[in-house]
Ligand binder design. Sequence first.
Ligand code: ADP
Ligand code: MG
Length: 478
Amino acid sequence: MNWESVIGLEIHVQLATNSKIFSGASTSYGAEPNAQACAVDLGLPGVLPVLNERAIEMAIKFGLAIGAKINLHSVFDRKNYFYPDLPKGYQISQFETPIVGEGSIVIALEDGQERTVGITRAHLEEDAGKSIHDLFPGQTGIDLNRTGTPLLEIVSEPDIRTSKEASAYFRQMHTLVRYLQICDGNLAQGSMRCDANVSVRPYGQEEFGERTEIKNINSFRFVERAIDYEIGRQIDVLESGGIIERETRLFDPDRDETRSMRSKEFSEDYRYFPDPDLLPLTFSQALVDKIALTLPELPDAKRARYIEEFGLSEYDARSLSADLDRSDYFEAVVNTCNNSKQATNWIMGDLSAYLNRNNLEISASPVSAQQLAVLISRLDDQTLSSKTAKALFDGLWNKADSEQSVDDLISEMNLAQVSDDGELTGIVEQLIADNPGQFEELRNGKDKMLGFFVGQVMKMTQGKANPQQVNEIIRAKL
Ligand code: ADP
Ligand code: MG
């Protein structure tokens, strides 16, 4: 039988506020365990939550960016469950009335095709703490620093059909929240995590199959691998006559498999009710309109502009606009050197290769946008050849800091093209005197000999002669 998979993602985005969603404790990453959990986060008796206005603004900003309905009235609920990293015994979340309603996002697949994925809702909630199982033998540590960090949970419609689409959707969401500057996007630190809901059904069947949920995936690659494994497992179960149980599973990247964690709880299990300590959240359309004015250029618009304004290919435009730091770098280079083709080639080519090899983000590039722009300008004015430009780039990467003057380094490394007519003419004349036979052949129409002479000049100048100029000088001698 042919099976089709059906996937819906729930993405948790840590909002980039300075303080927590209901307390003044800091949200910064990497503090000593439990140094950043205050009485409100710990749920000590007698404390009251106070809502962080920045978190609301960020949620609204997100809603506007996906064309969603913004609910001017929403409610915070208590989701009750017992877990060691949740000392209050409940998580404050939004259940029936979230702040952001239905919207959608367009994703691009590898073959260039686009698909629209519906977004059911996005709601505000607080994060739980972290259980640490691998630090103390036989014991579990609890770090509550993360408790109360504001999260935006973005729930997709079951519109996704393949693991590749799922990772493209996760990536696109990452691009978007970074553009909006509502999340630092650091997957390794857990700033974005996703739960993947997966089911399969025979091709052509309209009804969805029973699904499982894979929890807490924190990389684009793992989303794909976890879903692929889970699809295969479900098909095996169904084809051998079994049934899929509604359950929560965990992905183990080391063994490349998902394992059952617990049978799925249903919303009744959580005994949701409106949090009596918090008023319903209401704000005016005027606030929404004000925030709409602060929306930056979004990824799709930027991509279209790169094609239109700089003549980039669809592929290059998509790649350069996929990450805010990368597009800022690109625009800084182009604004200085005015050569979008070279800027694209250098960023997509040498710079990306060096960054990948050294496992660096573009924001940490040892070659600044300013320096790359000057390098490109020196190519344009023929101070550099493509070969010496590469040597210069390597020099900038390895031995210079971002303050280093590019022109100084060109002289220091002795990379400037020899374009002094007199000097080059002298070299050519010497060569002709040393190789009279070859010169005679060239004079008699053996054009191949031109290559010989140009090659000799390049050799004698360590590749720094301007080949076109050398050509002209030799032709003049003929
Ligand atoms: P729950 O209340 O269990 O969280 P929801 O209805 O909110 O369930 O859906 C959670 C996620 O599961 C959503 O992203 C939704 O698109 C996805 N989903 C729902 N049904 C299916 C299905 N049959 N197969 C795959 N994903 C599904
Ligand atoms: Mg859910």
